[in-house]
Design a protein around this ligand. Structure first.
Ligand code: SF4
Ligand code: SF4
Length: 73
C-alpha cells in the first residue's frame, strides 16, 4: 500500500467526471451521495493511487481535489 491518497471536497465537486476519466489507475468514481449543490460528488477508492496529480490538474473546480503523497516507498 502506497499511502497515497486524494481527498475530495464533496461540496466543491460538480461531478463533471473529468477526473474519473483521466485517472490512469481508476481510483475515482462518482459517489452515492448528493452534495450541497445537488451533484453526485466523486469519491476516492483505491490503494493504487500513484499520486501522479493528473486528477488535480484536470479538475476545473479549485479546491475540489487534493493529492497527498504517502511516505511509504
Ligand atoms: S493522483 Fe493520479 S493515480 Fe491518484 S487518483 Fe489522481 S489521477 Fe489517479
Ligand atoms: S474533475 Fe473535479 S469537479 Fe469534476 S468530477 Fe472530478 S473532482 Fe468533481
Amino acid at each position: 500500500m502506497s499511502g497515497n491518497r486524494v481527498e475530495v471536497n464533496q461540496d466543491l465537486c460538480k461531478a463533471c467526471r473529468v477526473c474519473v476519466e483521466t485517472c490512469p489507475q481508476h481510483c475515482l468514481e462518482l459517489g452515492s451521495t448528493i452534495n450541497a449543490m445537488g451533484y453526485q460528488a466523486v469519491r476516492f477508492d483505491s490503494v493504487n493511487c500513484t499520486a501522479c496529480g493528473m486528477c488535480f490538474y484536470v479538475c476545473p473546480e479549485p479546491g475540489a481535489l487534493t493529492v497527498f503523497k504517502g511516505t511509504d516507498s
